[in-house]
Design a binder for this molecule. Structure first.
Ligand code: NAD
Length: 489
């Protein structure tokens, strides 16, 4: 057991290349800041061109060999890594809390554990990834599922360990190499994922970590040695990366932002719906892409809903994220806090009623209290733009058709939820909602067994489940003629 490990917030070196830590202090310094206090707890350097080239060369060499390893053996390594990750859940979670500011109460159950789930799932299915036999009379054909080659993963800052594993696990199971660039805001935990994969027996060069800001992500997106780019980030970044990757027709997965609707009908269980709205707006201080930030409540229930929501917000324990009793932490950064404050001001200025919250706490760190807006209308800025913070907007609607039309009136399409006791309506409404990941009488569940991703501007491709395999492998078709070849001349 490795329960007594304690990770230092200053990594041994910035990058993890070809199976070992690597430093190049010529790269610009990136400070690691603990969001709860604003203190600098580590420093890393942005990857230089030399480091990027070294990583790509190592990945290409390693991937050629890895593609020949039996899928069962690949799977065994991933499963071993999952086990190590579970054994180290606590130190990994503490480090994740320092990196993101998310309460330990959350990181203990939602970060390394989710990463381990992905490693275990894709480790488990690796050996079953087979092609097809296609009978054609006398002749026949078969298909083979081949790796794409070297994949680049570019991460957001809200779930650093999870994002690294959700990308690495299917990539590695399919025989690819992965070069992962964490968000510059949260550079720490991906390095631990790399250490664990090495310890589990992953050959050098197959999972590498490069630190850096946008330009390092951009360099990976256009590098001729990279075959696929998987981004988790905002829509504007997604548009840039998708366009850059198009230059060489690289494969892409885009997990982008959202402005997801949650529809609560008069017949819903009030406390379940309120619970769903809390999970879908305030977990991780609202910094979750799939959040149901537009809460449409039917007229007959709306006032009681807002009242109950406000009561239940009193259960928020805001404080030291390392104290396991805390269930609401700071924003990830000064910048993100200021963005959210800007939206709070706009909400009030445009006429929404701030029921509670949205206050800056008078202490170091990036603290905002959870906010509820009532009386929000569809054209307000807070109704249209992704805020990515603890701001819930309540809208009132009357009929099912109206609710659906207003819910769909957005360029985003990541998630959607419906709360009702009417089973037919639940499925009918979900069938009409334009979103990739939906919930009935629940919100924000993300088990690895279920595909995750968006439609419209929220993304391209899917992560998790068997669906992810389609995005980390390509099919080769082989026609086999059994008789003579007949040619016209
Ligand atoms: P961001 O778009 O600012 O950055 C994401 C990543 O892209 C970072 O690693 C960043 O360094 C990199 N990047 C920036 N410019 C780049 C460029 N030109 N080329 C290549 N890479 C570049 O997003 P963020 O602020 O880190 O995260 C918040 C956003 O991510 C929100 O919009 C949120 O909805 C989204 N998100 C989506 C999901 C999902 O699965 N759909 C999950 C989490 C977060």
């Amino acid at each position: 057991m490795t329960m007594d490990i304690e990770y230092d917030t200053q990594p041994k070196a910035s990058h993890y290349v070809d199976g070992a830590y690597l430093e190049d202090d010529a790269g610009e310094v990136i400070e690691v800041i603990y969001p709860a206090t604003g203190a600098v707890i580590g420093r890393v350097h942005q990857a230089t061109d030399g480091v990027i080239e070294k990583a790509v060369a190592a990945a290409r060499r390693a991937q050629a060999e890895w593609a020949k390893v039996s899928p069962r053996e690949r799977g065994r390594i991933l499963t071993r890594a999952a086990q190590i990750m579970r054994e180290r859940n606590r130190p990994l979670s503490v480090l994740e809390t320092y990196d993101t500011g998310k309460p330990l109460q959350e990181t203990l159950v939602a970060d390394a554990t989710s990463g381990a789930d992905a490693l275990e799932y894709f480790g488990g299915i690796a050996a079953g990834l087979t092609g097809e036999h296609i009978p054609l009379g006398e002749d026949w054909a078969y298909t083979m599922r081949e790796p794409l080659g070297v994949c680049a993963g570019i991460g957001a800052w809200n779930y650093p360990t999870q994002i690294a594993c959700w990308k690495a696990a299917p990539a590695l199971a399919c025989g690819n190499a992965m070069i992962f660039k964490p968000s510059e805001t949260t550079p720490l935990c991906a390095l631990k994922v790399a250490e664990i994969l090495t310890e589990a027996g992953l050959p050098d060069g197959l999972f590498q970590v490069l630190q850096g800001m946008g330009p390092v992500g951009a360099a990976l997106s256009t590098h001729p040695g990279i075959d696929k780019v998987s981004l988790t980030g905002s829509v504007p970044t997604g548009q840039k990366v998708y366009a850059a990757a198009a230059g060489e027709l690289k494969h892409v997965t885009m997990e982008l932002g959202g402005k997801s609707p949650m529809l609560v009908f008069n017949d819903a269980d009030l406390d379940d719906a309120v619970g769903g709205a809390i999970l879908g707006n305030f977990y991780s201080s609202g910094q979750i892409c799939s959040n149901g930030t537009r809460v449409f409540v039917q007229k007959g229930l709306k006032d009681r809903f807002v009242e109950r929501l406000q009561e239940r917000l009193e259960g928020a324990v805001i404080g030291d994220p390392l104290d396991e009793a805390t269930n609401f932490g700071p924003m990830v950064s000064q910048r993100q806090m200021e963005i959210v404050q800007g939206y709070l001001e706009k909400g009030v200025a445009e006429g929404a009623r701030l029921v509670t919250g949205g206050k800056r706490l008078d202490q170091d760190g990036f603290w905002l209290t959870p906010a509820i807006f009532d009386g929000v209308t569809d054209e307000m800025t807070i109704a249209r733009e992704e805020i990515f913070g603890p701001v819930l907007s309540v809208f009132e609607f009357e009929t099912e058709e109206e609710g659906i039309a207003r819910a769909n009136d957005t360029p985003f399409g990541l998630s959607a939820g419906v709360f009702t006791r009417d089973i037919s309506r639940a499925h009918r409404v979900i069938g009409e909602l334009q979103a990739g990941t939906c919930f009935i009488n629940s919100y924000n569940d993300a088990p690895v067994e279920m595909p995750f991703g968006g439609v419209k501007m929220s993304g391209v491709g899917r992560e998790n489940a068997k669906a992810a395999i389609e995005h980390y492998s390509q099919v080769k078709s082989v026609y086999v003629r059994m008789g003579r070849v007949e040619a016209p001349f």
